[in-house]
Design a protein around this ligand. Structure first.
Ligand code: DGI
Ligand code: FE
Ligand code: FE
Length: 199
């Protein structure tokens, strides 16, 4: 039985502290706005945003169990725990919440690292996570500005801020984060070349 949006919201809300719920509502709002601006599906965008941090406050052992039980660990257990909650959520949500739309689950799965060849929905949720109204970090204003015109330029700036933050802390960078950024740069370059061709 599919849950309605209201009970779905209550189920998600019950998994996190109030502050993270406020962030989730912000990501929903920004995802719908970005979907409108860039031609995405606002219903899927809002749903993926609602679900994206479902496992963020689960104890890491529970996140790890979820990944292992669903054969979804990939290379993640050798990398920062901060990267586990999206893939863990995508793994458990079909069984726990009855959401099975693969596009929505992909956007949840890849919202932290991105991936090569991000879909429009992946980009919307990943970017909304950076720019939702409650976010305040150095550079967020510039990312919001870029997001008025280009998903890809704004996302590159988002990944730049994450990578700079990790470098500053002396942390390891997950290779997929770098591959995602590179793929977006390639996409921007080929879009630019196409535009020049048609001029
Ligand atoms: O869950 P949120 O806080 O809303 O945002 P998120 O899913 O983007 O997670 C952000 C956290 O993930 C932050 O603590 C930095 C960390 N992170 C993101 N990309 C990488 C990363 N950590 C490592 N080690 N490597 C990465 O590439
Ligand atoms: Fe997250
Ligand atoms: Fe988030």
């Amino acid at each position: 039985m599919a849950l309605g949006m209201d009970s779905l919201k209550e189920r998600v809300r019950s998994q996190m502290p109030e502050k993270r719920w406020a962030h989730t509502l912000g990501v929903m709002e920004s995802s719908v706005e970005l979907a409108g601006r860039f031609g995405g599906d606002p219903v899927k965008a809002e749903l993926a945003a609602l679900l994206h941090d479902y496992c963020k406050y689960w104890p890491v052992d529970k996140q790890k169990d979820a990944l292992l039980r669903h054969n979804a660990a990939g290379d993640l257990l050798g990398h920062d725990k901060a990267l586990w909650h999206g893939p863990a959520a995508a793994a458990v949500i079909p069984g726990e919440l009855g959401i099975t739309d693969p596009e929505v689950l992909d956007a949840v799965r890849w919202h932290t690292s991105g991936r090569e060849g991000m879909t429009l929905l992946d980009k919307i949720v990943c970017l909304a996570d950076y720019i939702e109204p409650g976010r305040d970090f150095p550079g967020v204003h510039r990312i919001r500005k870029l997001a008025e015109h280009s998903l890809e330029n704004a996302l590159v700036a988002g990944f730049d801020s994450t990578i700079s933050f990790l470098l500053e802390k002396g942390s390891a960078i997950y290779p997929l984060t770098v591959l995602s950024r590179n793929a977006l740069l390639e996409e921007l370059k080929s879009n630019q070349a196409n535009r020049e061709d048609t001029l």
